[in-house]
Design a protein around this ligand. Structure first.
Ligand SMILES: [Zn+2]
Length: 205
């Protein structure tokens, strides 16, 4: 299995991150959450010589999917997302799905809470977390479709990943653009909550 590479890109005035994930062996690539600046993602793919054949969404919020049409207009690109959040994806994603990309593979974790169809993309020892987990923070749980107890359960799952797992969040809200699960366990107050009640107080209080 080839190791896939991840490029983090600044994608909006709202501190969104987009990602370009690609296989260095085949140069096949996936655009993740193209947000408001899909042209930045397309330019980076062109610069690196990456051929995009996939578009992935972590969830259905507009600031993450706004760039979808521009990416799909490139032609022959399949949209992979949870059908709970995103209408009619070519590749409907659910817990445990595996997305082949070039000579590598992306694992899908269904992590509801911020939205019912939120997913985390696990790429080797890296995770692209959308609005489920940020550096030093977590996603909102007070939006339509949010469920705070689901978010708590989803974060519990992420906490159990190996501490060296690198976190690539959906927004640049922390002191650094990326972190690790180990760093989050030490520094993220939302992950340090000992139980659901304290999490609800901190998240919604
Ligand atoms: Zn969101």
């Amino acid at each position: 299995m080839e190791e896939l590479l991840i490029v983090q890109l600044d994608a909006s005035e709202m501190d969104n991150f987009s990602y370009l994930v690609y296989c260095p062996k085949t140069m096949q690539g996936a655009a993740v959450d193209p947000s408001m600046r899909p042209e930045v993602l397309l330019a980076e793919a062109e610069r690196l010589g990456v051929h995009l054949n996939l578009l992935l969404n972590t969830h259905g919020h507009q600031d993450h999917v706004a760039g979808n049409p521009k990416i799909l207009a490139q032609g022959n690109i399949k949209l992979a997302a949870s059908p709970i959040d995103v209408e009619n994806p070519d590749i409907p994603l659910a817990e445990g799905a595996k997305i082949p990309l070039g000579a590598g593979e992306i694992d899908v974790l269904h992590t509801p809470g911020h939205t019912p169809g939120s997913v985390v993309f696990k790429i080797g020892r890296n995770i692209i977390t959308g609005d489920t987990l940020f550096v030093s923070r977590c996603g909102r749980a007070d939006l339509p479709g949010s469920k705070v107890d689901d978010l708590y359960t989803s974060l519990l799952r992420l906490k159990k990943l190996p501490p060296e797992t690198k976190v690539y969040p959906g927004h640049d809200y922390g002191p650094t653009p990326t972190s690790t699960i180990g760093w989050e366990l030490q520094n993220n107050d939302f992950l340090k909550c000992p139980d659901l009640d304290s999490f609800i107080k901190l998240r919604l209080g």
